[in-house]
Design a protein. Structure first.
Length: 398
């Protein structure tokens, strides 16, 4: 797999370089157009700066949200272009389409060291099409804009999309520094992790994490389960979970996993249970074995935080994916904060597996540098840990 350093060594001054970035940033729900977390934009800066400073004419492309293959103002990347320009310290040109007349004209007019951001890739049906010919045709139009291709969007490498899988089949292709780092880190926690190895999983559903649980269980010393998914495990232990999130069809699977784990799966011993899903709801801390029928668990309790902190405290490797509760609502953020702070204190290597976990680190104001690595790709990280082939990585290796 050739890298960005290889491309820079070949020389890019005056050449057009198409960079697949992951600029799928969240926006403030109460202030449309205002980015609430620019972490993904900041993550690609080293690649963009290296190319810009080497005199390349940089064309950046990304998706944002899930538009239906047609332009949708709700998902425009224009605010991202503004923020990217602020982070780079120089304006970023914005194209109002991806492969149309505006993109073609602005790509052709770029000067050495300038950066252009194309409009949302998913405004074009060909980007996500399952039809190989349609996807390849769109990829050909993208590739026509540039001389080289760099993939620095680890958060998208698990997608068989035109900009990820098909463009590198057309252009000389290179892996950006972010992709290289992510793969190196994930190899470290899957192939030969320092022991003791503790995995912390949260999030909503067991079904979303089942494959990664099965893949990691033989390798870990402890697997700590919080978030909404813990209630299906608690149900499998015979406890009532009130109105908490529950996947009835997964209870038997969770029972089997608990049996297989022989004590290595650790569940909460207390939870914060509320009358409704609201920051203003009445909430109490109750034993995990005694959740009232009229309440739902929205966070792990303080005893569980202490239990989880003790488990990670002696670890040499920790992988964390998924919040412990509804951290976006202040009354239910303490569990995620407490476990995250415990992870920062380990005498070893810690990985935050992207997605909501990475968002929680920033939302809760935690020191990002206290973690060994914060991934930019939640879904990609999990699929890598499951042992799946990632289409974007496969394309770069060809």
């Amino acid at each position: 797999m050739k890298t960005l350093d290889d491309l820079l060594g070949e020389g890019v001054s005056g050449r057009r370089v198409l960079v697949r970035a992951d600029l799928n940033v969240p926006f403030d729900k109460s202030n449309p157009g205002v980015i609430s977390d620019d972490g993904r934009a900041r993550a690609v800066l080293p690649t963009l700066i290296a190319l810009r400073d080497a005199g390349a004419r940089v064309i950046v492309m990304s998706h944002l949200g899930r538009p239906k293959g047609a332009p949708d103002p709700k998902y425009t990347l224009e605010p991202v272009a503004t923020r990217l320009g602020e982070l780079l310290g120089s304006p970023v040109v914005f194209a109002t389409d991806t492969v149309g007349s505006d993109a073609t004209a602005k790509a052709g007019a770029l000067e050495d060291g300038q950066v252009l951001l194309l409009e949302n890739l998913r405004f074009n049906e060909g980007e996500t099409s399952k039809d190989d010919a349609a996807r390849s045709a769109f990829a050909g139009e993208l590739a026509a804009l540039a001389d080289f291709y760099v993939d620095d969007a680890f958060g998208a490498v698990h997608r068989k999309h035109a900009s990820v899988y098909d463009v590198p089949a057309i252009l000389p292709h290179y892996a950006g520094g972010l992709v290289i780092k992510e793969v190196d880190v994930l190899k470290k926690v899957t192939e030969n992790p320092d022991q003791p190895y503790v995995v912390v999983l949260g999030g909503s559903k067991v079904s979303d994490k089942l494959a990664v649980i099965k893949a990691l269980l033989p390798k870990v010393d402890k697997l700590l389960v919080g978030g909404g998914m813990c209630f299906t495990f608690l149900k499998a232990q015979g406890h009532e979970v009130g109105k908490s999130l529950l996947e009835d069809e997964m209870v038997g699977t969770c029972r089997d996993l608990l049996s297989e784990a022989q004590g290595r799966i650790v569940l909460p011993v207390d939870v914060v249970a509320a009358t409704e899903f609201s920051a203003d709801a009445d909430s109490v801390t109750v034993p995990a074995s005694g959740i009232p029928a009229d309440r739902l668990g929205l966070d792990i309790g303080p005893e569980s935080v202490a239990l989880f902190a003790e488990a990670v405290g002696g670890a040499k490797t920790v992988f964390w994916n998924g919040p412990m509760g509804v951290f976006e609502l202040a009354p239910f953020a303490a569990g995620t904060r407490g476990v995250a702070e415990a992870i920062t204190k380990i005498d070893g290597f810690s990985v935050v597996g992207g997605g909501d976990s990475a968002a929680a680190v920033r939302t809760l104001g935690l020191d990002e540098s206290a973690f060994g690595h914060i991934s930019t790709g939640g879904g990609a990280s999990l699929e890598y840990l499951e042992g799946k082939t990632l289409p974007g990585i496969e394309a770069l290796e060809k």
